[in-house]
Design a protein around this ligand. Sequence first.
Ligand code: GDX
Ligand code: MG
Length: 389
Amino acid sequence: MERGKKDIAVCFPFKKEDIEDFKRNVKEALSHERVRDILLAGHSENETYKGVESFINTLSDDERSRIHLFTQKRIGSKRPGKGDGMNTAIKYFVENTRSRFLHFYDADIKSFDRTWIDRVQKRLDEGFDVARCFFPRAYTDAMVTWNITRTGFAYTWPDTILPDIEQPLGGELGIRREVAEKLSMDELVLDASDWSIDTALTIAFARYNVKLYEVYIKEGKHHKLYGKLSDLETMAVECFNVIKENRRLVIDTSHMVYEKDKIESVPEEYKKRIAFDIDGSIKEFKSGWTDEMKSIVKEYLPKDVSLKVLDAVEDGNYDFMDTNMWYDVYDALMKHFDIKKQAWRRVLFKLWVLRVLNHAKLALKDPDESLKSLQEMVELFRKKRLSRV
Ligand code: GDX
Ligand code: MG
């Protein structure tokens, strides 16, 4: 660790958060001897923004002068969300600060402390261009990561390192100034104003062939929890769509340096924890089907899949949606999904719910086997796409 320098900017993008958690995280970052700038990129001048503004007014002159509080600009063309926040911060960093490194952490993390900055920065100091965190997660959690993103990367770019990235959606990462400069001019990234930003950044790092390190944060990311799977509907749809939109992009990572920490063992508590309400999700799956949604299922999914999905609407049986079936569904979604149509967005979400429920059943019965099945699913996607003519 280089001592005596203040050369890091830490950004917390935020929307509506518990102000006490947020304040504690800002204080942790401020207390780090190498942190020069704190960028607080708010969604709007809402209650959280006002709360953090009052908190800043209680700080010393030195601390106050290092904090930059602003609201996000309208940069991308998708839904105005976290991506506009991160992109506003990247541009702000490039244009208004002199720090050499930019770190991002979610504002709602309860387990964040200054050692996370050390652990990320250690790899940047070693010469990596990007260091991103990954965490132990419940075996029923990370369902967008596994069933949408890692599978999507394996489907679209099977011969790259992209499907191997542990947590390609993680919002905790550090980058060098040179990488930030490139990102601030990258159309694909700038357009990703919604939840697609994390995927867009991961794709950008692969395209730039950065030296990438994934840092394992063994104590885990404790943050505000989801209640129902429907809390993830927008995220699932937006994360899928950005892969579909960029499916023609040619990416070659054969010369890319990519290293990650080895995971020694996953704590038992993570294996059995259920990340969402199973019965509530079945009810949710069965409700709200319109004729248009049913027609989409009939018209665009392979016949054997569509019959089972339409039966499931009546009986809630999700046993068929295994990893093989999910490949056929994914293939159809990649060909036909249309984000502009509400019925399509709902169908994608419902199909994903069936996959998640199917996985959760296995996770409850045999956690280790269920994790293996997710890893095998990514390899299955990869193999099928590599062997296509
Ligand atoms: N400026 C801004 N604008 N910040 C936002 C917005 C927005 O519209 N929406 C969310 N945020 C902030 C939020 O306050 C928090 O600090 C961070 O972004 C993450 O949001 P949160 O609601 O805690 O998302 P969640 O579900 O925890 O997802 C995070 O982890 C996912 C993952 O690890 O898989 C988030 O970083 C996702 O991008 C990521 O996919
Ligand atoms: Mg969170």
